[in-house]
Design a protein around this ligand. Structure first.
Ligand SMILES: NC(=O)c1ccc[n+]([C@@H]2O[C@H](COP(=O)([O-])OP(=O)(O)OC[C@H]3O[C@@H](n4cnc5c(N)ncnc54)[C@H](O)[C@@H]3O)[C@@H](O)[C@H]2O)c1
Length: 379
């Protein structure tokens, strides 16, 4: 049978998405709370799923002239929003209402309308190690005799969640971890599992969550530019458990816009000296990325272009990108009227801290086609 035939047969055997879909999120900060609050607001008819491919996009069937373009959600058997159940882990105490208030992406009035729901979700204690996220201090963290023990505690959490839901997925929405390179411990599952017992420094918390999810047969998506599942060991486990892995940063916000712009620049052979962008959320992730060791964003956001031209983006944290008087900064802050007040303040405040304009401009570069793109932030 041809590979296409095999794929068709496999697709035909996909079961409809019935029952509750459990979404497990390590890292319940700005992204996670906005997602969860948004889903709840939509469920209650308080908001529309603007920007959601699954909810609002259509798929064309047949010829353009056939006029058959159903909504994806009506054509593909995906879970209904009413069937989503959320849980997760974080190093901070409190519930998701507190976390969403701290993130200040949504305003207070919006949050008040769904407050009881957000208050009903409290992140579980996290597997956390400050070595991988320097600027944060864990307040609600698991303790264990080694990394293997900690990962097994995550498996216990998953097992409990499985009793309340029918299917599960895990999405890493935690802070960006320090830059890690592949080493011997990442090469095989055997080496990785031994490394978990030996507390190998090459194994970060996000890898432990991924390992736990895959061991439980649960798909894992990576929303950060961390190395996490880009290693043969976890790919081996993914295949073995028939549990898919995907993701490398969310490619939302600024990264998304850059992926649109980069191919256009390349087509016209326009050289790019650098990207200037702001972390409009000004949240903990911004603080984490302020750490010079958090170079993951600079080298980790790969292949962002749909046309495949921006093959590698590097970035620098926004806070060192401009002086308060920079016209670039004032353009960014004044034009973002849809962001929260705090976000704009945070953006300005971080620029005030830096006091250097030099990093917002890179030396003259060769044409885009011959070099990689450089960005200030990957939001
Ligand atoms: N904000 C965006 O628009 C955007 C876009 C693309 C990608 N991302 C990526 O998504 C991730 C989340 O971004 P955010 O804006 O929500 O950041 P955030 O700082 O608001 O939230 C991250 C949360 O992760 C928690 N955390 C850190 N390490 C953890 C661990 N080991 N276990 C459990 N929790 C942990 C932190 O306490 C924090 O609450 C980041 O990696 C970021 O790079 C964000």
């Amino acid at each position: 049978m041809s590979s296409t035939g095999a794929a068709t047969q496999e697709a035909a055997s996909i079961k409809p998405a019935t029952g509750k879909l459990g979404i497990m999120i390590p890292g319940m900060g700005a992204v996670a709370t906005t997602l969860i609050a948004g889903v709840e607001a939509i469920r209650r008819g308080l908001a529309k799923p603007i920007g959601s491919t699954s909810q609002m996009s259509t798929i064309r069937l047949g010829k353009r002239t056939d006029g058959r373009s159903p909504l994806i959600k009506d054509f593909v058997p995906i879970a209904h929003l009413d069937d989503l159940v959320f849980t997760g882990w974080d190093i901070f105490g409190g519930n998701l209402y507190d976390a969403a208030k701290t993130a200040q992406v949504l305003d207070r009035d919006q949050l008040e309308q769904i407050r009881p729901y957000l208050e009903s979700i409290e992140p579980m204690p996290a597997v956390f190690d400050q070595h991988y996220v320097k600027r944060l201090e864990g307040k609600k963290v698991k303790t264990g005799k080694n990394k293997c023990d900690l990962a097994n505690q995550i498996r216990n959490d998953i097992a409990e969640f499985k009793t309340r839901t029918d299917r599960q997925v895990m999405i890493w929405c935690g802070s960006t971890e320090i830059f890690l390179e592949q080493t011997a411990v990442h090469r095989t599952l055997e080496a990785f599992e031994k490394g978990m017992i030996d507390n190998d420094p090459g194994i970060s918390p996000s890898m432990l969550y991924a390992w736990a999810a895959l061991k439980e047969g649960i798909p894992f998506a990576n929303g950060a530019p961390n190395l996490t599942v880009d290693i043969p060991a976890l790919q081996e486990l993914s295949k073995k458990m028939n549990a898919p892995i995907c993701g490398k940063d969310f490619k939302t916000g600024q990264t998304f816009i850059k992926t649109v712009l980069a191919p256009a620049f390349k087509v016209r052979n326009l050289g790019v000296s650098g990207w200037y962008s702001t972390n409009i959320l000004g949240n903990r992730d911004g603080e984490v990325l302020d750490d010079p060791e958090a170079t993951t964003k600079r080298v980790g956001t790969t292949s962002t272009s749909s046309a495949g031209s921006a093959t590698r983006c590097s970035s620098r944290s926004t806070s060192s990108a401009a002086t308060p008087s920079s016209p670039l900064l004032s353009l960014s802050t004044s034009s973002s009227s849809w962001t929260s007040r705090r976000a704009r303040q945070a953006c300005a405040a971080s620029a005030f801290r830096s006091g250097s304009a030099s990093t917002s401009r890179l030396p003259t570069a060769p044409p885009a086609s011959t070099r990689s793109m450089t960005s200030s932030s990957s939001r």
